[in-house]
Design a protein around this ligand. Structure first.
Ligand code: SAH
Ligand code: SF4
Length: 392
């Protein structure tokens, strides 16, 4: 393992191979039945397994416990066995950067767990007056290569496990002191009001719908009313357009959906968002129309990066109005965030405003997303880590 002095990042090339099959497994991210089975496997009586699983669930997801020794109602022997076999430790924070606008970016290191190697990913927290949004990663790197995206230049290393996806939420709530604490009251439900992390967006590194099962499992746990208790309307999955998985996401999680649109015709979208060659615009928009539960209060967000001279003309705005005419939609105009080596320029501010005004004049909600955390490379499309695939 080596650390580069200029950025203090730990390079994992040589530890990625170091997968210890005997490493303690994390209980974070297991469903309740899975948790029950694991408890039975370490000798908890079947009759008791459900109750014990519920107790552990409460400690981890409502209290924010990260150590079995905090779970005083489990009994000393059970705590000792749990300590031997499992872990609920949070990932290590390798670096924490705070932007001058209050945005926080954590580089997190996940140790090897069972069959998967150690990796690093970035997670971003964006505080606003009315809400606090956590931008969560789903993969290390990305297998897609959208031409304007920094993450797309990092070769895909691996999918994150459900445990690693969910642990980003737990870690952020820990760091921000966002849990109710360890008081001895077991009837409480995690309050939805007054949270520092009120919203989750799967908009960090990776394509969440290429890691569908793990992302689904993590989000269902985040939505659990006797646990983290996030509101469905405050959990959004963003996709570049993995059409078959959009149908599944709608049926199985009913979270909010965001689509990385970025172009209004197939020729340009094929170039900017190459997955369009597999699932072109008509198929993508059909999947959007079929997304369950849409209404004017539950709209699909279409993300649109503003690239100077590429996709920012009024003719593009006009085409967008046509394309989205029969979908409850809101547009998020994202000024392009540059990164080292990027080959685009952000549209002129005046042009972005003209574009937004045209959409608004046609009745489409189209706020311009203020870039957050640009100074620490925490803004949309700027995330990346140094993890690499182990060499054969
Ligand atoms: N892979 C998913 C989730 C990532 S979300 C997806 O593509 O939807 C990150 C959002 O930021 C996406 O809409 C992405 O297209 C956008 N983005 C990527 N690079 C960007 C950049 N350099 N500037 C602004 N937005 C960017
Ligand atoms: Fe991957 Fe999304 Fe970046 Fe495209 S925009 S390369 S899908 S992370």
């Amino acid at each position: 393992m080596s650390a580069t002095p200029e950025n203090n990042l730990v390079i994992l090339d040589d530890v990625l191979d170091d997968v210890t099959p005997l490493a303690k497994r994390s209980l974070i991210g297991m469903s309740r039945p899975q948790l029950g089975e694991e408890l039975i496997s370490i000798g908890v009586a079947e009759k008791q397994a459900r109750m014990r699983a519920a107790q552990i669930w409460h400690w981890v997801y409502i209290r924010g416990a990260s150590d079995f020794d905090q779970m005083l109602n489990l009994g000393k022997d059970l705590r000792a066995t749990l300590n031997e076999r499992f872990t609920i430790a949070l990932p290590e924070v390798v670096t924490e950067q705070v932007s001058n606008d209050g945005t926080r970016k954590w580089l997190l290191r996940f140790p090897a767990d069972g069959k998967v190697g150690a990796v690093e990913v970035e997670t971003v927290y964006i505080p606003e007056t009315e809400r606090g949004t956590l931008c969560v990663s789903s993969q290390v790197g990305c297998s897609l290569t959208c031409t304007f995206c920094h993450t797309g230049t990092q070769k895909m290393v691996r999918n994150l496990t459900a445990s690693e996806v969910l642990a980003q939420v737990l870690l952020a709530r820990h760091r921000l002191k966002d849990f109710v604490g360890m008081e001895d009251d077991f009837d409480i439900v995690a309050p939805r009001e007054g949270r520092k992390v009120s919203n989750i967006v799967m908009m960090g590194m990776g394509e969440p719908l290429f890691n569908y099962e793990n992302v689904k499992q993590a989000l269902l746990i985040a939505l659990d009313e006797d646990g983290l208790n996030f509101s469905r309307r405050r959990v959004t999955v963003s996709t570049s357009g993995v059409v078959p998985a959009i149908y599944k996401l709608g049926e199985e999680t009913r979270t909010m959906l965001a689509i990385s649109l970025h172009a209004t015709n197939d020729t340009l979208r094929d170039e900017l968002v190459p997955i369009n060659r597999k699932y072109p615009l008509d198929q993508l928009l059909d999947a959007c129309r079929a997304y369950p539960g849409l209404s004017s209060a539950r709209r699909i967000t279409f993300e649109y990066v503003m690239l100077a001279g590429v996709n920012d003309s009024i003719a593009d705005a006009h085409k967008m109005v046509e394309l989205l005419s029969d979908i409850p939609a809101k547009i998020n105009l994202i000024p392009f965030n540059p990164w080292p080596g990027s080959s685009y320029e952000c549209s002129e501010w005046k042009q972005i405003e003209k574009f937004a005004a045209y959409l608004a004049s046609k009745g489409l909600t189209a706020p311009i997303r203020t870039p957050r955390g640009r100074d620490i490379l925490a803004a949309c499309g700027q995330l990346k880590s140094e993890s690499k695939k182990p060499s054969k």
